[in-house]
Design a protein around this ligand. Structure first.
Ligand SMILES: Cc1cc2nc3c(=O)[nH]c(=O)nc-3n(C[C@H](O)[C@H](O)[C@H](O)COP(=O)(O)OP(=O)(O)OC[C@H]3O[C@@H](n4cnc5c(N)ncnc54)[C@H](O)[C@@H]3O)c2cc1C
Length: 311
């Protein structure tokens, strides 16, 4: 039986893998997508120590990947679809095989919140995106992009898109965005980013390879109209906006599909969770890395049979 499986090669899973490998354990790191996780979307990481001038998320991911290679950790690119418990072991199921481990760390991060409005599901993958890393490889210069959301993620995406020569219309519900003032100030200095407060998305339609989104405007003041926005003649509180691509960045939820209720209620030894997956509202690389290392230390003690260790 293998020692440890780590599910998710984001910052938490990567940090835990390196710690456990250095401690002499046999580690298998599973990733369903790309090494780096959500961090691949970050435009500029300026608060992770060691990079005084900031670093792009995907560049930091490349360094993480190099560090995995240095320790001969080669992720297995398979999605874990089920975790079950046996006697003193955990059973991991992928679509193709089943493996047993003495301990397991689940670091599956978060998943996007959806708007839940008509037309959203139908447009996914063609025009609607939840992560910018999926849009950047296909975006054409001078594209019009709508971003829905007023937090750090939405503003980070807006700044990133303008570097890719896109025109950005950022729609959010409140009067003021909820992002860091620093990000708002940067966005306001860029002429191709237009901010639209008091805007509630109602419906998404596709028309001639574009998305047309209807927004209800809560109040008519403080709105800077974009070029591609039209007032609905029947109702002045509804506007429509047309774009080539739409990014939805209204928040994220823990990606806890693998964790059954029994696992949490029984507080099972040998099974740990780390990073953004935990319900905390503070989702940062430094926190994910620290949590990954902390849980790796718990696993080390568990595998050594140190029953006094409380994680
Ligand atoms: C736009 C943006 C900007 C950001 N900027 C910053 C910043 O400047 N500073 C900062 O500190 N943080 C920033 N963050 C947050 C940071 O990226 C996250 O906090 C961090 O990536 C969380 O790490 P994690 O390992 O917990 O989860 P994730 O990075 O989400 O990684 C989870 C991994 O698990 C994989 N996975 C999920 N389910 C399965 C499964 N069943 N089987 C196999 N693999 C699976 C996923 O594919 C993913 O790779 C930003 C985030 C975004 C979106």
């Amino acid at each position: 039986m293998n020692d440890v499986a780590i599910v998710g090669a984001g910052p938490a899973g990567i940090a835990a893998s390196i710690f456990l490998k250095r401690a002499g354990f046999d580690v298998q790191l599973y990733e369903k997508n790309q090494v780096g996780g959500l961090l691949l979307n970050a435009y500029s990481v300026e608060n992770y120590p060691g990079f005084p001038h900031g670093i792009k998320g995907n560049e930091l991911c490349k360094l993480f990947k190099l560090q995995l290679e240095k320790w001969s950790i080669y992720p297995i690119f398979k999605e874990i679809i089920k975790v079950t418990r046996g006697k003193n072991k955990f059973i991991l199921k992928t679509t193709k095989d089943i493996k047993e481990f003495k301990a397991i760390l689940i670091a599956t991060g978060s998943k996007p919140k959806k708007l839940g409005i008509p037309g959203e599901e139908e447009s996914i993958k063609r025009h609607i995106f939840y992560e910018i890393k999926d849009l950047i490889p296909i975006i054409k210069p001078e594209s019009n992009c709508i971003i829905i959301g007023g937090g750090d993620m939405a503003f980070d995406y807006a700044l990133n898109l303008t570097e890719n020569n896109a025109n950005v219309d950022l729609y959010f519900r409140s009067q003021r965005p909820k992002c860091l003032p620093l990000l708002e100030n940067r966005a306001k200095k860029i002429a191709t980013i237009k901010l639209h407060p008091f805007s509630i998305p109602l419906q998404i339609d596709e028309l001639k390879n574009k998305t047309v989104i209807q927004f209800q405007i809560k109040e008519n003041k403080n709105i800077i109209h974009s070029n591609n926005e039209q007032n609905d003649s029947n109702n002045t509180n509804i506007i429509t906006s047309t774009s080539n691509y739409t990014l939805i960045a209204i928040g994220r939820l823990p990606n806890n599909d693998l964790i059954s209720k029994d696992f949490i209620e029984e507080n099972i030894s040998g099974l740990y969770i780390a990073g953004d997956l935990r319900k905390g509202i503070y989702r940062q690389v430094g926190i994910a890395v620290g949590d990954g290392i902390y849980k790796a230390m718990c696993i080390e003690e568990y595998l050594k049979g140190n029953v006094l260790w409380k994680c």
